[in-house]
Design a binder for this molecule. Structure first.
Ligand code: FAD
Ligand code: NAI
Length: 464
């Protein structure tokens, strides 16, 4: 056997790459990870999941204090002031703590971090700066970047992408968000809570593509009620920056009269695309599909034996936990074990208030596949939600009409992101709605609403 520098070389240290590296090292493989950023952790830890969630939490605290929302619970405050630099510093601290944590875990597990951009020389060799590194197996975990809007230049001051939007120096009076997907709604919510007037421009006729139809409609209602202006079926035809303002020209997606929107900040959030530029995939005979993704088999191996790919750079939802699970599976496959993945059960969560979460099939997808029964329970009937006076939302459980197997669930309520794990686990165990309905849930918890929705699949919930 050829003598390689490493058993496994991973390109990219996001939640896919760093998890793969640690798992490979745990399995006794000599492992290195190439990362071109200053810090480990990829999009998620540096400019994605973590900083956005830190700001979502802090902005919610500010909003509750400043809007008088706490006063109705008998918590009266004096004047409330926003200290944006401290809020941003706190967010940065969360990022540094976690990215530093990965560096620590790399050292602990003896994973070598090779700093720089990696590009293929051949199927077992990667060039990083002036270093040539060889490995028996190579994992591409290069993630994704913001999809640009043709003709619109990101300057990260007035026209920003998500990276600029988590680092604004002041609260914009008016913010126009292009794209009513997850980033648009999460980061739009952050700045709205801090005082911006937010207008979301979405090309499709509903927000949140890919989610359950009823969820998408309900989301539009909820965000409108919170004061967000939402322009559905609307396309942006131009963004002109003049001084410290921008003018966004929009028109109906189907064509019609144009109108202009004035903004202090424009957030472009129309999706992300896989990172493959500069990898020199051609040198190993690999190409990308029509969506720019690298295709793999079920074991995550590409068309070239010994080259594997995971995370945002391959097909599937662009989610950190999907990348992490693939990271573990790929390392186990390389290490001679059988990596376990179930792409049918990947939860997705929008971390707004309320949170919006789903797993499995949407009701539309389930109905296309066959007969289904649906149970729905409003949070207005949930005692915990009532006790804290936050009753927006509902739980929907979708089950196969014949076998009663749970096919999917959708939840809108403050802790929906935490609650959805229960349904994901139930689905992994092949649970029926009856299994959930007869599982004892602690009282008073939001999770009781899942039990009641499951009761509603075949019979009736109690509290409606
Ligand atoms: P990435 O995290 O993108 O990491 C890839 C790494 O590879 C990068 O650090 C990059 O620098 C490096 N790299 C690329 N090319 C090379 C090269 N040639 N050589 C060396 N290094 C290279 N997902 C969730 O599940 N929950 C969330 O709450 C969430 N919030 C998000 C919020 C925002 C604002 C954004 C933008 C994304 C969010 N995501 C969230 C999505 C999540 O960040 C991604 O799905 C996840 O990071 C993908 O992981 P990855 O390992 O595939 O790639
Ligand atoms: P997205 O795909 O969620 O939403 C983009 C939206 O922009 C879509 O609704 C689309 O129809 C719309 N759009 C596209 N072109 C447009 C145009 N020209 N004009 C108006 N609207 C247009 O993408 P987003 O929000 O950029 O997020 C990227 C990825 O990051 C997502 O795939 C998501 O999985 C991930 N992410 C996940 C989070 C989470 O799990 N909580 C948080 C943030 C991001």
């Amino acid at each position: 056997m050829a003598d390689y520098d490493f058993d496994v070389l991973i390109i990219g240290s996001g939640p896919g790459g760093y998890v793969a590296a640690i798992r490979a090292a745990q399995l006794g493989l000599r492992t290195a990870c190439v990362e071109s950023r200053e810090t480990l952790g990829g999009t998620c830890l540096n400019v994605g999941c973590i900083p956005s969630k830190a700001l979502l939490n802090a902005s919610e605290l500010y909003y509750e204090a400043a809007s008088g929302a706490l006063a109705k619970h008998g918590v009266k405050l004096g004047s409330v002031e926003l200290d944006l630099p401290t809020m941003m510093a706190d967010k940065d601290k969360a990022v540094t703590g976690l990215t530093g944590g990965i560096a620590f875990l790399f050292k602990k597990n003896k994973v070598e971090w090779i700093k720089g951009r990696g590009s293929f020389v051949d199927a077992h060799t990667v060039q990083v700066g002036d270093r040539t590194v060889t490995a028996k197996d190579i994992v591409i975990a290069t993630g994704s970047s913001v999809t640009p809007l043709p003709g619109v230049e990101i300057d990260q001051k007035i026209v920003v992408d998500s990276t600029g939007a988590i680092a604004l120096e002041k609260v914009p009076a008016n913010m126009v968000v292009i794209g009513g997907g997850v980033i648009g709604l999460e980061l739009g919510s952050v700045w709205q809570r801090l005082g911006a007037k937010v207008t979301v421009v979405e090309y499709l006729d509903q927000l949140l593509p890919g989610m359950d139809g009823e969820v998408r409609k309900e989301a539009a209602k909820i965000f409108k009620k919170q004061g967000m202006e939402i322009k559905l079926s609307t396309k942006v035809t131009g963004v002109a920056v003049n001084g410290d303002k921008a003018t966004v020209t929009v028109e109906p997606a189907a064509g019609g009269a144009a109108e202009t929107l004035e903004a202090d900040v424009v957030l472009v959030a129309i999706g992300r695309r896989p990172n493959t530029d500069g990898l020199a995939l051609d040198k190993v005979g690999l190409s990308t599909n029509a969506r720019g993704q690298i295709e793999t088999d079920a074991r995550l191996q590409t068309a070239v034996p010994g080259i594997w790919a995971i995370g945002d750079v391959i097909p599937g939802p662009m989610l950190a936990h999907k990348a992490e699970d693939e990271g573990i599976a790929v390392a186990e496959n390389i290490g001679g074990l059988t990596g376990i993945l179930n792409h049918a059960v990947i939860p997705s969560v929008v971390y707004t208030h309320p949170e919006i979460a789903g797993v499995g099939l949407t009701e539309e997808q389930a109905r296309e596949k066959g007969e289904v029964k649906v149970g729905k329970f409003p949070m207005a009937g949930n005692s915990r939600a009532k006790a804290i006076d936050d009753t927006v939302g509902w739980v929907k459980v979708i089950a196969d009409a014949t076998t009663d197997r749970v096919l999917g669930a959708w939840i809108i309520t403050a802790p929906a992101g935490t609650m959805i794990a229960q349904v994901a686990q139930a689905m992994e165990f092949g649970a029926t709605s009856e299994d959930i309905a007869y599982t004892c849930h602690a009282h008073p918890t939001h999770s009781e609403a899942i039990k009641e929705a499951a009761m509603g699949v075949r019979g009736k919930p109690i509290h409606v």
